[in-house]
Ligand binder design. Structure first.
Ligand SMILES: Cc1cc2nc3c(=O)[nH]c(=O)nc-3n(C[C@H](O)[C@H](O)[C@H](O)COP(=O)(O)O)c2cc1C
Ligand code: SF4
Length: 432
């Protein structure tokens, strides 16, 4: 059985404090890293095979190596703690219960890329975390792990917690940078990529919280240890958020050769009321729905792509037989409608249109042409927007139609949901 490392102490009282962290071996990796060259740190992370945990699974060491060494401008590390996608709540656990692992990872990552400043951009709604994190950060600074002349090494690195704009789109890396600069959280055109022109026009790396938390573990335990966990090219421990119709929803740490079936039935206790599984969203609301025939697929970046979806933010949303798929599409589209940053027309107007059609079907006023209309609107959004939000917002509509077209058509024909749901969340409430 795999023994958790990222979440080993998250249920211990006081596990988030500096004293506890140091007593359990914390900041030893930093001492090791201070004796390594930046190139050696990057090389070790490359050899570990660590892939970014923020959604795209991009190799972390490779991303760090894109930061130009000969650029005289300051360099920055931005930690993406905006975590807002429906179903995703893993970074919250690390921020709340293991903040020093993150701080230690930040200082090591800054040394690797030549940065002296790190911003942890936390989700606007995480106001309750800001005070606790800042208090722990002050203790780390006082103890010499963060700030000037770290542990007498001559190395400087400071960390700042920046509470974000409270927007899902602020998690897109260039929108995050805009927001940090004090502007609206709207994405920039790429290229140039942030590694070359990022925060304040300077070379910048944006990494996810969980990604950075893996860094001290790689330095402490070695790249061979990390690379030995999970399948080839999908290495290391992984956090999975399991929500929906399971008996024990929560955050589970497991290697990526764990199957969807093991996660749902062994870790999360199976389906509530022992009902039938209807479908699973494997990687947060922006990833296509999978059917039960994919239950034996590995929960890895590559396994999920092979199954026709994506691992994304590893947010597994489990839906039992009482779930109306039209309602799922409408509910998630409501989220995207609310969160679109409005910069480009296909996303801004298209998502509004999708929502109106789904709402009409749900009210019993659907027309026979509506399924084709939904597909046509999706076709005019997918691949035609400035950032991947456009592709994200059409995923729930496209994949529920692909697998449950009959359910849509019956709903439209009869004016009523063909699914006998005994559970319905409240109607989405718009903040505007
Ligand atoms: C709309 C949108 C929202 C995103 N939200 C997050 C987020 O909350 N956290 C995150 O780490 N990455 C998020 N990403 C991905 C980031 O843009 C970026 O790829 C990631 O932070 C890189 O970190 P990694 O290489 O460590 O995975 C989002 C992307 C998009 C398009
Ligand atoms: S796709 Fe949507 S969220 Fe992304 S830039 Fe365009 S309007 Fe903004």
């Amino acid at each position: 059985m795999f023994e958790p490392v990222l979440t080993k102490y998250v249920n211990e009282p006081g596990g988030h404090t500096l004293d506890f962290y140091v007593q359990h071996g914390g900041y030893q990796a930093l001492k090791t890293a201070l004796g390594m060259t930046p190139e050696a740190i990057v090389d070790t992370v490359k050899k570990s095979g660590l892939r970014g945990r923020g959604g795209a699974g991009f190799p972390t060491g490779l991303k760090w190596s894109f930061v130009p060494k000969d650029n005289p401008k300051p360099k920055y590390l931005c930690v993406n703690a905006d975590e807002s996608e429906p179903g995703t709540f893993k970074d919250h656990v690390l921020l709340e219960r293991n903040p020093h692992l993150l701080f230690e990872g930040c200082v090591i990552a800054c040394r690797a890329i030549g940065a002296r400043t790190c911003y942890i951009y936390i989700r606007g709604e995480f106001y309750h975390l800001q005070k606790q994190m800042e208090a722990e950060l002050a203790k780390a600074r006082q103890a010499g792990y963060v700030g000037k002349n770290i542990l007498g090494s001559g190395e400087d690195c400071d960390i700042w917690i920046h509470r974000g704009a409270g927007a899902y789109e602020a998690g897109e890396e260039t929108a995050l940078i805009e927001s940090l600069e004090g502007k609206r959280a709207q994405p920039r055109l790429k290229p140039p990529f942030p590694a070359v022109v990022g925060l304040y026009g300077c070379p910048t790396v944006v990494n996810n919280v969980e990604t950075i938390c893996n860094v001290p573990l790689i330095i402490e335990k070695g790249h061979e240890w990390f690379a030995g966990i999970g399948p080839d090219k999908n290495t290391g421990p992984k956090l999975f958020c399991v929500s929906g119709h399971v008996k024990k929803p929560g955050v589970y740490e497991a290697p990526m050769d764990t199957t969807l079936r093991q996660l749902i039935y062994d870790y999360a206790g199976g389906i509530r009321g022992d009902r039938q599984l209807k479908a699973v969203i494997p990687g947060g609301s922006s990833t296509p729905v999978l059917m039960p025939d994919k239950l034996d697929t590995h929960l890895s970046f590559d396994g999920m792509v092979a199954a026709g979806s994506m691992l994304g933010s590893a947010a597994i949303i489990v839906m039992d037989e009482t779930t109306s798929m039209v309602w799922v599409a409408k509910n998630l589209t409501h989220f995207y409608k609310h969160e679109s940053c409005g910069k480009c027309t296909p996303c801004r107007e298209g998502v509004d249109w999708l929502y109106k059609i789904l709402d009409k079907i749900e009210r019993g006023d659907g027309e026979p042409r509506d399924v084709e209309l939904l597909l046509s609107v999706c076709d005019n959004i997918g691949g035609k927007t400035l950032c991947p939000f456009g592709d994200a917002e059409i995923a729930p509509v496209l994949s529920t139609i692909q697998h449950f077209r009959g359910e849509y058509e019956t709903y439209i024909r009869t004016g009523e949901s063909p699914v006998q749901s005994d559970f319905r969340a409240a109607e989405p409430v718009s903040a505007h």
